[in-house]
Design a protein around this ligand. Sequence first.
Ligand SMILES: [Zn+2]
Ligand SMILES: [Zn+2]
Length: 338
Amino acid sequence: MRASYYHGNRTFRTGPAPMPTPRDGEALLRVRRVGICGTDLHIFQGHLDHRMPLNGTIGHETLADVVEAPAASGFRPGERVVVEPLKVCGACRACRMGAAYLCYRLRVLGVEEAGGMQDYWAVPAARLLRVPAALGDDEAAVIEPLAVATHDVRRAEVKAGDAVLVLGGGPIGALIAMVARHRGARVVVSEVNPFRVDILRKLGLEVVGPGQDLEAFVQTWTGGDGADVVFEVTGNAAAVRAMTDLVRVWGTISMVAIHGEPLAVDLYRFFARELTMHGSRLYSRADWEEAIALAASGAVTLAPLVSRRIPLESLQQGMEETLRGGPVMKVLVDLLTS
Ligand SMILES: [Zn+2]
Ligand SMILES: [Zn+2]
C-alpha cells in the first residue's frame, strides 16, 4: 500500500502508507487511475498552501474499483466507479440554495482531505458514480474534468447556434469546446501550444493558433458582433485583458481558470456592452450524470486528451513536466503499475 504525500516546496514523495479503514457510510476503493490537473499544479507551486495540509495526499480526478461498500449503498465489490470529491455540510446557505458544491464549509477530497494518489482510499459511498462498461480506464479517468465542462457550459446557458469562444485549449478548454459543440454551438478555441493545437484540430475543433490575430478573427467570424459566450480558461493576464473585446452586446464571459491574483479587466466594456461575467467552479450531481452520458454515447471524445500514463513514484516528475508545458495534455497516474 503506497501513498503520495505533499511536502511543500514543490515536493511530492511516494512512500508506504497504512491501509485506510472505512468509517460509517464509507466505501473502500482500489484506485486505478488519477488525473493530474491544473489545480494540482497550483498545489505543487504552493498557491493553495492555505488549503492543502502538509503530508496531505492530492488526487481528485479518480477512477477506482470498489473493494467493499456499505450494503445500503447499493455498490458491490469489483464495480468501477468515479468519485465526486466533495464533502459538504448540508446546512449552510449555499447547501440550502442548491449550491452544495460551493458549501461554505466545503472540503475537497484531494485538497483539504486525502485524495486518490494512493493504492487504497476510503470515501463516502454517497459520492460514488458507476462507470459504464463502454468507457475504458483512461476515458473514465477524465470524467471529473468533463463534469467541470458540462457544468461550465450549463451555467453559461450555451444554446444551439451560439458563437462560443474558448480561450485556452488545455484539457478543460477542449472539453468545454466539445460539450458546447454537442449543444449545437459554433465553437472556436484559442490556443498557443502547437502540440495542443494539433490535438484540438484532430478532435475536429476550429482553432485560432499562435501568431494569429484573435480579435480580428472574432470580428470576421461574428460579422463584427462579437461572440455570444467567451470562456476564460487560460489563467493568463493577457487573455483577461482581451476577453472583454471579444464579446457581443449582452454577451457572457465565464471565468473558469483559477487566477491567483487580481488582474486588470476593462470595466468600460462591461458598462458599454452591458456584459455579464460569472465564475464557474466544480459541479453538481447533474453535471456528473451528464458527463457520464456524453462520454458513454461518444458525443464527447476523451481518449485523445490523454498524453501519457506514469506510475505513482513518478508524480514529482510528472508535475514538473506538466508545468513546463510542451507536448502534454492530460497526464494520468496509473496506480496499477509501479
Ligand atoms: Zn481537476
Ligand atoms: Zn454547506
